[in-house]
Design a protein around this ligand. Structure first.
Ligand code: SF4
Length: 113
């Protein structure tokens, strides 16, 4: 589950850079500065997880972006998706290098319990 495309962290080694070219941007500076926010991600996630055919299985957050990059501070897409996963008791895993994850410790504690 990638709440954005592009990543402000801008790691030189990032394998997700070429994916930005699929959007018509460069894999260089555009990847770090033109961040596409998936505003409808929470509602789409809810719709998907609510399907009777959904087999509850862990959902990985990040992968082609960092789900806690700076843009997430304002848009809170990751937090809203985590709220849905908690409500539906669907396990998740997260990869991040941003301390913004500490904002959502209340939700992560619910997964842990
Ligand atoms: S934090 Fe992750 S997604 Fe973001 S640029 Fe670095 S490696 Fe890529």
């Amino acid at each position: 589950m990638n709440p954005c495309r592009g990543c402000e962290h801008g790691c030189a080694y990032c394998f997700a850079r070429p994916y930005h070219e699929h959007l018509g941007f460069s894999s260089g500076l555009d990847f770090e500065t033109k961040i596409m926010v998936k505003r409808r991600a929470p509602e789409l996630l809810l719709a998907e997880l609510s399907k009777p055919a959904w087999p509850p299985e862990p959902i990985a957050f990040s992968g082609a972006t960092d789900c806690y990059q700076p843009a997430g501070r304002d848009f809170k897409i990751t937090r809203r998706c985590l709220e849905i996963a908690v409500e539906l008791r669907n396990p998740v895993s997260l990869i991040t290098k941003n301390r913004l994850i500490t904002r959502d410790l209340d939700l992560l504690a619910k997964f842990a319990s």
